[in-house]
Design a protein around this ligand. Structure first.
Ligand code: PMP
Length: 385
């Protein structure tokens, strides 16, 4: 092995040791309070969803056994796709095995080197990777800045333009300005793709997300949602006109060349979706928890952002400080995400705190107490230094 390769592996190893230590701690969780996951409505723990999954496995078996285009597309997938299309007010929906694969598959199938893709700077990694895979010319616009986007679009001479944004930004919790994106995209005859991974189930009147029933497919032609977050299961869907879905079925490589989502997961997701649509109280509980957490966190002087979604980052800046806080919290029985570069920009390391409808007020109090204790320890440390 050459020296250069040895060095590369050694660098990766040093980085991995840090990550592994952190991961081991996570696996060891027992009665820890989870403020790190994306199970915003608590549906991953809902016995009706688990039972639907068990019943699905008894009926269909443990796995799909093949890709969708061979023999892996079963009735449970079909029924779920139809329900997702109705929910989001789209003609059709198409299931993917993960959100990462959906984003890769959409961008690779729709864009090529004759396409210009315009992405919000804070878009999810899967959108950045999908654009790279497509071979399109990629530009990034300033976060939530429609004026910057408009100036990039105005300068582009590409015939095919595609604007891409997260719906709810995964590390910041703020929501894209869909109205502005629709307007600027239409002015420049660009297609608009919104990845509403963290919005579906949580936002919108019927939980259909920040796009769902509010914006039709002439306005937002490509809508992606994931199932492993508020819906509590796993997988993802793309919703849009029949022509879009037909195109993806023909050309989307991460749809074609992979085993279909286990049908039991599709069955569980259908039950989760029925709960989302018929029991708005979970969204009400979630919103009550968000308001309570924000009010109390501001009262004790924690550095909150303006996010009003379940994603409530505390930006601590320094990587070591963020990791230290997360470890301290873990020792106090509270788990939060410790998000560091390259996931976020240098100097913007943060605790990613997420709230769920399942949290009780007492759970949030425990989180707040633990955070306040970290703050006090830090102040004492500075005083002694
Ligand atoms: N898009 C966004 C905005 C996400 O946050 C994520 C997951 N963190 C994904 C896509 C990928 O979804 P999945 O976990 O289903 O691959």
């Amino acid at each position: 092995m050459s020296k250069a390769w040895q060095q590369r592996l050694a660098d990766a190893r040093a980085h991995r040791q840090q990550t592994d230590r952190w991961r081991t701690r996570q696996v060891a969780k027992s009665n820890t309070l989870d403020f790190a996951g994306n199970d915003y409505l608590g549906l991953a723990q809902d016995p009706r969803v688990s039972e639907a999954q068990a019943a699905g496995a008894r009926r269909y078996g443990a796995g799909a056994g093949a890709s969708h285009l061979v023999s892996g597309h079963l009735e449970a997938h079909d029924v779920l796709e139809e329900a997702l299309a109705r929910w989001t007010g789209r003609e059709r929906a198409l299931l993917f095995s993960t959100g990462y694969m959906a984003n890769l598959g959409v961008l690779q199938a729709l864009a090529d080197r004759h396409t210009a893709i315009f992405q919000d700077r804070l878009n999810h990694a899967s959108l950045i990777d999908g654009a790279a895979l497509s071979g399109a010319r990629s530009r990034r616009f300033h976060h939530r800045d429609a004026i910057d986007l408009e100036s990039l679009l105005a300068r582009s001479e590409c015939a095919h333009k595609l604007v891409v944004s997260d719906g709810v930004f995964s590390m910041d919790g703020d929501v894209a300005d869909i109205a502005a994106l629709v307007e600027v995209s239409q002015q420049h005859s660009a297609w608009l793709m919104i990845d509403d991974a963290h919005g579906v189930g949580v936002l919108g009147d019927n939980g259909s997300g920040c796009v769902g029933s509010s914006w039709n497919s002439a306005e937002v032609p490509i809508l992606v949602g994931t199932l492993g977050k508020a819906l509590g299961t796993a997988g993802a869907f793309v919703a849009g006109d029949a022509a879009l879905i037909d195109h993806l079925i023909q050309f989307s490589r991460s749809y074609i060349y992979t085993t279909a989502q286990p049908p039991a997961i599709a069955a569980a997701t259908l039950t989760a979706l029925e709960i989302v649509q018929s029991e708005p109280e979970h969204r009400t509980n979630l919103n009550t928890n968000i308001v309570y957490f924000r009010r109390e966190a501001l009262r004790v002087g924690l550095p909150l952002t303006t996010s009003v979604t379940p994603i409530q980052p505390l930006i601590l800046g320094d990587e070591a400080r963020t990791l230290h806080w997360a470890v301290q919290l873990r020792q106090k029985g509270v788990q939060v995400g410790a998000i560091r570069p390259p996931t976020v920009a240098k100097g913007e390391a943060r605790l990613r705190i997420t709230l769920s409808a399942r949290h009780q007020e007492g759970d949030i109090d425990r989180l707040l107490e633990a955070l306040a204790a970290c703050q006090r320890e830090e102040v004492a440390c500075h005083a002694n230094a």
